[in-house]
Ligand binder design. Structure first.
Ligand SMILES: Cc1cc2nc3c(=O)[nH]c(=O)nc-3n(C[C@H](O)[C@H](O)[C@H](O)COP(=O)(O)OP(=O)(O)OC[C@H]3O[C@@H](n4cnc5c(N)ncnc54)[C@H](O)[C@@H]3O)c2cc1C
Length: 397
């Protein structure tokens, strides 16, 4: 793996030097991802959006291209890298004509897998990680419940001891990859009397008796990604299904949010980049008066402001990634990056749709989907208000 580059050799997709964080091999990785999208994803985007999921085989392609191994040590088949690869992946996958791939791959390798890497026993890692890295197995993370989303401490799903193992009962809602996943990382209470200090995580195989998965339909956006409702009816779990320490699950979940929120923020930057590229082309070709829509000063200024906001978001995301690579605690910065990037991307993509006029309201133009898709990022992985709470607490306000 490369060291942080010292020369200004690389550029972001909007032309800004990213020398302080990325090296040539990250930029080459960007190209690989773009080619993959162009050849293997975009031609199928409409079909997958219609079907509400991408085919599971896409995870094998992602694995073959090395998309899932950057946080995994080499002994388990990974590349032993750091979060810069995740940032590049999230930014670039947002340039697809369907969000299914970015969302599905992200939930697998950036949201679920890091829990196993950080908290798994050597035996659990050896058992699962090689298949997760290659995409032979797909992972999902189940934290949110019908009665508890932002308030993670309020979850009710319960694991009770049963001989040497456990029995799991409860439900999880809005779970990404539900239909494709083989392995679920599930947060539950093992000692409800202790509140958030009585939470643990378990590895749950989709084939266990008492575990049912129901597809959730009718999403506003992210339609190329599957979402499901999980129900656990006294599901038997072996003793070695416990992931991490008993009753330390809340802290594991909070630690896991670092990677999840950073990559959501990076995805927002990528999505806004993609919308801006399309909008620039649109306004420069849309006849208006004696010229084009882009000839008006007010349009130029709006676009300048939009690019500026996304550039600010990108720099915040990259600076936060840099801190994490250096090992600097970054709870506040990750929350800032997630809140800022998701709010900025929503505003910018809304303005991009506005610049498309009535055409922006129809699916013939990509901006319609981009607008629906980006709405999730102010909610998922911790709503903006939750990010503000974290920032204020860290600032001792
Ligand atoms: C498409 C999709 C995919 C998802 N994938 C997953 C997944 O894979 N795994 C998983 O575990 N979860 C997943 N989620 C769940 C997601 O993370 C939650 O929806 C999110 O955390 C918010 O929880 P909630 O929906 O229960 O909203 P609530 O917690 O009920 O919050 C509702 C609203 O209240 C406000 N609010 C909340 N807290 C505060 C506060 N402290 N201060 C002020 N206002 C506040 C915010 O505006 C918030 O949006 C997914 C959700 C969606 C829609």
């Amino acid at each position: 793996m490369c060291a942080i580059a010292s020369a200004a050799t690389s550029e972001s997709s909007t032309g800004t030097p990213t020398h302080f964080l990325f090296a040539e091999e990250h930029q080459a990785f960007r190209k690989t991802i773009r080619q993959f999208l162009e050849r293997e994803v975009n031609p199928h985007a409409d079909a997958w959006e219609e079907a509400g999921r991408m085919p599971k085989e896409m995870f094998l392609r992602g694995g073959a291209l090395g998309f899932f191994g950057h946080c995994v040590p080499e002994e388990y088949g990974g590349h032993g890298g750091d979060c810069r690869w995740a940032v590049v992946l999230a930014e670039e996958l947002s340039h697809a004509r369907t969000s299914g791939v970015g969302m599905g791959f992200g939930a697998h390798s950036e949201i679920a897998m890091p829990h196993l890497v950080k908290f798994g026993t050597p035996a659990q890692k050896a058992k699962y990680l090689p298949d997760l890295v290659t995409g032979r197995k797909v992972a999902a993370l189940g934290i949110t419940e019908p009665g508890a989303g932002s308030n993670v401490a309020g979850i009710q799903t319960r694991a009770v001891r049963d001989g040497s193992g456990w029995r799991l009962s409860g439900s999880k809602i809005f779970i990404t990859n539900s239909l494709n996943a083989d392995l679920f990382f599930v947060a539950c209470k093992t000692n409800p009397d202790l509140g958030h200090r009585g939470m643990s995580m378990f590895l749950v195989d989709r084939n266990l008796p008492g575990f049912t998965i129901e597809e959730m339909k009718g999403k506003l956006g992210r339609r190329g990604s599957d979402t499901g409702l999980l129900t656990f009816d006294s599901v038997p779990l072996a003793a070695d299904a416990l992931l991490g320490e008993e009753n330390r699950g809340f802290y594991q979940v909070m630690k896991g949010f670092e990677n999840e929120r950073l990559t959501i923020a990076a995805g927002c930057v990528g999505a806004a980049d993609y919308a801006l590229e399309q909008t620039k082309q649109y306004i420069q070709s849309r006849p208006f008066g004696f010229g084009h829509l882009s000839d008006m000063q007010v349009t130029k200024q709006r676009m300048a402001k939009n690019y500026m906001e996304i550039e600010a978001a990108r720099q915040l995301v990259h600076a936060t990634a840099w801190r994490i690579v250096q090992g600097i605690p970054s709870l506040k910065e990750v929350a800032m990056a997630k809140a800022f990037a998701s709010e900025a991307a929503m505003r910018v993509i809304d303005d991009c749709l506005q610049l498309h006029g009535g055409y922006g309201y129809f699916a013939d133009y990509q901006i319609e989907r981009a607008w629906r898709d980006i709405r999730l990022d102010r909610i998922g992985g911790g709503a903006t208000e939750v990010m503000y709470d974290i920032i204020a607490k860290q600032l001792e306000i």
